[in-house]
Design a protein around this ligand. Structure first.
Ligand SMILES: [Zn+2]
Ligand SMILES: [Zn+2]
Length: 295
């Protein structure tokens, strides 16, 4: 059983908001944050709202009610933590609520969504192309079995990848991301390139794991807060920590070459001697020592 001291919920809603409304909606959301003692980050743009927030179970329940009163029906993806996963409550106005760097892509409702049950059945029974629309640091720690990893550094690279990917246009394509929001845009991006049979996982990996912890998923699922990742039971990762040097998830346990405290760094940074250290501070000390020693 996961300790449920903190409830985390992820949500998004595409809707048209005028430039003039942005500031007042931002203040409304800020007030909801204080009312329900929320922490986390919510983005507002002319295309909608997108957030991951945390509070007590009661706080999150109240927030969901107010949010749906304001914006209509919303799908929430819940998970839990035994520690506070965010430090602050922030509401920010952005150009897009998920950045594909093309404002002409506007998702319009639940088109081509597969429920976790439908998704599970298709993966069990059909020959499909499966695409992970997330970034490298996410796909490296967990993916659906047999998925194609486009090796994206950022989501903005996805449309170009579709142009180059060479997947036959008549293939049935399934795509997924953490909570579903990136696929809303990725799906339109594929349709513009002539793919006609594209589907996305409704509620993303988080909703799938809530129903199928031992299904077609391998590894852990990266999340955008202090938990780094969640395991197949949606419990905070016991394995990954944010690498102190590059900020990506790391799972190499070792001892700092400078101060000898225990630490966790990532595979990539482990290849650099000065990054065999517990912090940027110790990496700097390592560099100075190496200079003195004439290395
Ligand atoms: Zn690193
Ligand atoms: Zn150190």
């Amino acid at each position: 059983m996961v300790d449920q001291s903190f409830t985390i919920t992820a949500f998004y809603k595409f809707l048209e908001i005028s430039e003039e409304e942005l500031v007042s909606i931002r203040s409304e959301l800020q007030r909801m944050g204080y009312k329900f003692k929320l922490q986390g980050l919510t983005l507002v743009a002319t295309e909608g709202v997108n957030g991951t927030v945390s509070s007590s179970a009661e706080g999150i329940a109240g927030f969901k009610q107010d949010l749906q009163q304001r914006f209509g029906e919303i799908t929430f993806k819940d998970s839990y933590s035994d520690f506070r996963p965010f430090k602050r409550w922030l509401v920010k106005v952005r150009d897009e609520i998920v950045a594909i760097k093309d404002k002409s892509i506007f998702p319009d409702g639940d088109r081509n969504h597969l429920s976790p049950e439908q998704w599970h059945d298709v993966l069990s029974e059909e020959d499909v192309v499966l695409i992970d629309t997330r970034n490298i640091c996410e796909t490296d720690i967990g993916m659906f079995q047999g998925a194609i990893d486009p090796r994206l550094n950022s989501f903005g690279e996805f449309p170009q990848w579709v142009k180059d990917c060479g997947i036959p246009k008549d293939k049935k394509v399934l795509m997924y991301c953490t909570g579903g929001i990136r696929c809303e845009k990725a799906l339109i991006s594929m349709e513009r390139e002539g793919y006609e049979n594209v589907f996305q996982l409704k509620g993303g990996i988080l909703d799938y794991l809530a129903q199928y912890p031992d299904g077609h998923w391998d590894g852990e699922c990266f999340v955008f807060d202090g938990r780094v990742a969640v395991d197949n039971h949606l419990a905070p990762s016991q394995r990954y920590k944010f690498c102190p040097h590059c900020g990506d998830p790391g799972d190499l346990q070792s001892t700092c070459d400078v101060c000898e405290t225990e630490m966790v760094i990532c595979q990539q940074c482990a290849a650099t001697p000065e990054r065999q250290t517990c912090s940027k501070n110790c990496a700097e000390k390592y560099r100075r020592q190496a200079t003195v020693a004439g290395d």
